[in-house]
Design a protein around this ligand. Structure first.
Ligand SMILES: *Cc1c(COP(=O)(O)O)cnc(C)c1O
Length: 385
């Protein structure tokens, strides 16, 4: 059995080495390192893939979120509602822009932002909701868009973990994640489902005016050379990263299918164990079926019940099985984001999840013997402790 890794970028690269190398070589030959043709080519390819009018590439997923909020004209003091259970980038940019983060609880079954909690958190100062499509599936976007419409709020999708996932609405229509709200952000960090070989990110929108504003913001607030109309930033996707992404984008659906295959194998082996709760989907579809496209399993995350999660983590590490706890501390308890207005009674789910979750190795190169070893090791440990 090959050594088990949390993410296997080397194995994935080996499969597409020629495409990636050729694409990078083209950039080297043209020396168009910044804003070169590769960046525009990638932008157009991603617009086509997503079926979205505008993709604006930028330097990373955190910038993408920040620029989206700047583009919407959010002002200091505006309240922005987001999930308490996510990577810190989401709340960080809200705070950086002097907006007021309002963290809310999540759904215990699918880990995404809780709809009733959003409703309870709305005040006259609320201006936007940032659903994070956590671990690879969309939040309940239909309900979120309805709330946004009723209260005149913007919706910014943090799509860093769910690129390629489809959201099925109640009419049975399918839409790509990141194309539903006013604007969306994504990250091409190497370990993401569509990762480059450095940092990268993008903003998506169907709104022409907003796209124009954002194109200026990423480039120092310039709409005409050396005319700075608004305060902007310098946030670019470099051409070599675009070259890698251009080579990888045609494989994204295959990659996501491989992740789902691994998820299915994990779930089949683990679903009947009394101490394990396997991942659930937002629309309660059975991703164990062959036609699922709603979950792209950026992470495969179990909940461990009535057993010592931390001892399991230690045991897996002892057996050379990497795993992760995403996330070990709720954002509302992080020093940087403490706020006396938060009431612990409103965070019962996140406070519980941080004690129960464990994410297993998940990537495109997982092999059946590795999955069998991982699941057997978990079950043996739980049965004997
Ligand atoms: C990775 C990630 C980001 C940040 O992306 P970077 O490219 O690392 O800046 C933001 N939000 C979520 C949910 C992420 O997983």
């Amino acid at each position: 059995m090959k050594k088990i890794q949390m993410v296997d970028l080397k194995g994935q690269y080996a499969e597409i080495k020629k495409e990636v190398n050729d694409s990078i070589q083209e950039v080297l030959e043209t020396t168009a390192f910044v804003n070169g043709p590769k960046v525009h080519e990638f932008q157009e390819n991603l617009e086509k893939y997503l079926g979205v009018k505008h993709v604006i590439p930028c330097a990373n997923g955190t910038d993408a979120l920040q620029i989206a909020m700047m583009g919407l004209g959010l002002k200091p003091g505006d309240e922005v509602i987001t999930a308490d259970f996510t990577f810190a980038a989401t709340v960080e940019v809200i705070a950086l822009l002097n907006l007021t983060p309002v963290l809310v609880d999540v759904d215990p079954d699918n880990f995404n932002i809780d709809i009733e909690a959003i409703k309870k958190a709305i005040t006259p100062k609320t201006k936007a909701i940032v659903p994070v499509h956590l671990f690879g599936q969309c939040a309940n976007m239909e309900a979120i868009m309805q709330i946004a419409k009723e209260h005149n709020l913007y919706v910014i999708e943090d799509n860093a973990q769910a690129i390629g996932a489809k959201y099925t609405n109640s009419k049975g229509e399918k839409v790509m994640s990141g194309t539903i709200g006013d604007v969306a952000s994504t990250s091409f960090f190497p370990s993401k489902n569509l990762g480059c070989y450095g940092d990268g990110g993008a903003i998506f929108t169907n709104n022409d005016d907003l796209a124009h504003i954002i194109r200026g913001i990423v480039n120092h607030g310039m709409y005409k050379r050396y005319h700075h109309d608004v305060v902007g930033v310098n946030s670019r996707l470099d051409s070599i990263q675009a070259a890698v992404l251009n080579a990888k984008l045609p494989h994204l659906d295959i990659y996501n299918n491989k992740r789902r295959d691994a998820a299915r194998a994990y779930t089949k082996a683990l679903q009947n164990h009394p101490n394990i709760i396997t991942p659930k989907t937002v629309n309660n579809c059975d991703y164990v079926c062959d036609t699922c496209d709603c979950h792209v399993f950026h992470q495969y995350t179990l909940k461990i019940k009535n057993a010592d999660r931390d001892a399991l983590v230690q045991h897996l590490q002892n057996k050379n099985i990497p795993c992760g706890v995403y996330y070990p501390i709720p954002l509302h308890k992080q020093k940087a984001y403490l706020d006396s207005r938060y009431n612990e009674a409103n965070f019962t789910v996140t406070n519980q999840l941080v004690k129960e979750v464990i994410s297993l190795p998940m990537h495109t190169e997982l092999e059946p013997d590795q999955i069998a070893f991982i699941t057997k090791t978990i079950i043996d440990f739980l049965d004997n402790n």
